[in-house]
Write a protein that binds this ligand. Structure first.
Ligand SMILES: [Ca+2]
Ligand SMILES: [Ca+2]
Ligand SMILES: [Ca+2]
Ligand SMILES: [Ca+2]
Ligand SMILES: [Zn+2]
Length: 613
């Protein structure tokens, strides 16, 4: 552990201090905003549509366009390249006027770790766009942007994203070669888009009646499975045979598309409750085997200010929290309370979504991303399964096949179907292609519902970001005792839901404690905290020379007021100040002139890099 020595009570900062106090005083006493800007529709600066999906080149262009329009707030970076060489973009949103990036709590948002689960990428772009476009006109948005930092990763698996958009088919995994069918060959037979519609449809051939298991539907617009063993009815005869997904048998083994690109699951690659492939399908040889997850992990190590994590998946309409596996055991109850409060509000914010626990309500995940961010980084994390059908037309909580069919036909204009059509297959002759799983079925919303999905899920992230810790030094007082001796009292306060350290961070010892220290020309010979003090050694502190005395280690919970008391001798003239240095939030500092009148300073300190990984 090391403490920062660069921060001094600088007279220049004092000016800011006084100004800051005045601002706070004014902010609380005046209800009329002095900087009101009338909103006009034509003030929208960046034209982006959210009723469409963006491929990776288009995502890059949208991000560049946003950065160019809002250069003060936005910085576009990359954490490296994907397996196929695409940039792993992320956008930083920070207002430099309110402090530097690493001194403020940050909200991390990513998406699309599963290549075919793309719409979280649009949420990312929407969030950047919305925060910037509304900054001048919306007090809540301005407060969020001023207080917080956002790191937004539209896709951490852009290879999968582009494959899904351009070629269709399953693109859940990364695209590095895996021998999925154990025949000693790697990726030897993937699907082919033979008809050029950027979809992988289903292939059927016409056979004699009775030799197939499909038939034409009554109106002849698609193939349907035959019905058998229905009482009082003769078995239907199938005259279409299912061959497989669209493509050719590249290796001539008689099977179609049995080993396409990739196979490893990027969300089974994280160093918490990780298991090898024979227990957890999709796991690689060891945690952080994949360059994308390794680069993301290193991003977190370089950004210890991240206090909130959101990962977007699809589908099912879920707000998921840890743990991924029952073996992990339930989270500590203080952490559950924080997650519950945000998660349950999320159910109201995002219509139709349920707040669930991964292993209990979905399935067991070993080595999942948000288990890593919670267990190993101590960050409160959620992962949303985006999109759930909106076809509950009679609102009874249940979606019948009839309702789904009605929705598809009369509301979505049957937009997710592939029309039944014939192609000339190089190996099979005439082949019928029918709707199988098309891009727009099931996992993503119809494009006309995408913007709403983006907005509600962003709103959930903004709540999460708002509730990140915001510790302040509320009050400092000094009482003059005998012979140059002062009793100093510091009242610390955190007005938001999240404590400055999660219980996981404390118990797993993955985050260094928050530190309250005194700088200046004083000797401190006794100090104690009336609240929770993690390090009881502080109570037995001997006389220590300033500048830089650790007076207490604190953890500020929700509405937690903590009072730290120190007795100190001031040596001659000069100033001293209290510094509260929290890893996940900017340091607050109080300047202390030779008397009881103290001022609050918004102050910066570099957080300590995590060690021991
Ligand atoms: Ca193979
Ligand atoms: Ca096709
Ligand atoms: Ca084959
Ligand atoms: Ca093939
Ligand atoms: Zn997923």
């Amino acid at each position: 552990m090391r403490y920062n020595n660069n921060t001094k009570c600088q007279p220049k900062k004092l000016i800011y201090a006084v100004a800051f106090i005045l601002m706070i005083a004014m902010g609380s006493s005046l209800l009329i905003a002095q900087d009101y800007l009338p909103r006009k529709w034509e003030t929208r600066k960046v034209d982006l549509s959210f009723n469409r999906y963006y491929d990776w080149a288009q995502v890059g262009k949208a991000l560049q366009k946003l950065e160019k329009a809002y250069p003060k707030f936005l910085k576009l970076h990359s954490i490296g390249k994907s397996y196929q060489g695409r940039e792993l973009w992320y956008m930083t949103i920070n207002n430099p006027d309110t402090g530097s990036e690493l001194d403020k709590s940050a909200m991390y948002m990513d998406a699309n770790i599963h290549g075919n689960e793309i719409q979280g990428g649009e949420i990312g772009i929407y969030t950047i766009w919305y925060l910037m476009e509304n900054y001048n006109y919306n007090d809540y948005i301005r407060k969020l942007v001023d207080e917080r930092v956002f790191y937004i990763f539209p896709s951490v698996n852009p290879d999968g994203r582009d494959l899904w958009l351009h070629k269709g088919g399953s693109a859940r995994s990364r695209q590095d070669p895996v021998d999925s069918d154990n025949d000693g060959l790697y990726d030897e037979d993937g699907p082919e888009d033979l008809d050029g519609d950027q979809e992988v449809g289903s292939m059927f051939i016409k056979v004699k009646p009775g030799e197939g298991t499909y038939r034409l539907s009554d109106i002849g617009d698609r193939l349907v499975p035959i019905k058998k063993n229905i009482e009082g009815k003769t078995d239907e005869l199938g005259d279409y045979k299912y061959i497989g997904s669209e493509g050719i048998d590249n290796d001539g083994d008689g099977r179609y598309n049995e080993d396409g690109g990739g196979g490893r699951d990027p969300n089974r690659d994280w160093g918490s409750y990780w298991q090898p492939g024979y227990i957890q399908g999709g796991a690689a040889a060891y945690p952080f085997y994949q360059q994308e997850s390794k680069a993301t992990r290193d991003f977190f190590y370089a950004h210890p200010n991240v206090a909130g994590v959101q990962a977007f998946h699809n589908s099912g309409g879920m707000i998921l929290r840890n743990p991924g596996a029952a073996l992990h055991g339930e989270l500590q109850r203080n952490d559950v309370a924080v997650l519950d409060e945000i998660g349950k509000k999320g159910e109201k914010i995002i219509e139709g979504y349920n707040y669930f626990i991964i292993w209990k309500d979905l399935y067991t995940v070993w080595g999942g991303f948000i288990d890593f961010t919670y267990d190993m980084l101590g960050i409160y994390s959620f992962s949303n399964e985006l999109w759930t059908s909106r076809a509950d037309l009679d609102k009874d909580g249940d979606i019948t096949e009839e309702e789904e069919a009605f929705f598809d036909k009369y509301i979505d204009m049957d937009n997710k179907a592939i029309s039944l059509h014939k192609i000339d297959h190089p190996q099979l002759g005439k082949v019928i292609i029918d709707r199988g799983t098309t891009k727009l079925s099931g996992r993503v919303p119809p494009t006309w519902l995408l913007e709403e999905l983006c907005h509600r899920n962003m709103a959930f992230c903004l709540l999460h970001a708002y509730e990140m810790p915001l510790p302040i030094i509320k009050k400092v007082s000094a009482e003059k005792l005998d012979s140059g001796l002062y009793r100093l009292k510091v009242a610390l306060y955190n007005e938001r839901l999240m404590p400055t350290m999660s219980t996981a961070a404390t118990q797993n010892m993955v985050q260094r404690p928050d530190i309250l220290s005194i700088q200046g020309n004083v000797d401190v010979f006794d100090c104690r905290s009336q609240g929770r003090v993690i390090d009881s050694l502080a109570r037995r502190m001997p006389v220590v020379k300033s500048p830089e005395v650790v007076t207490g280690r604190v953890r500020l919970g929700k509405n937690n007021a903590e009072q730290v008391e120190a007795r100190a001798v001031q040596q001659g003239l000069g100033n001293f100040c209290f510094l509260l240095d929290c890893l996940e939030q900017n340091l607050a500092s109080a300047f202390m002139p030779a008397g009881p009148n103290c001022h609050l300073v918004g102050h910066a300190i570099r957080p300590v890099q995590p060690q021991g990984f």
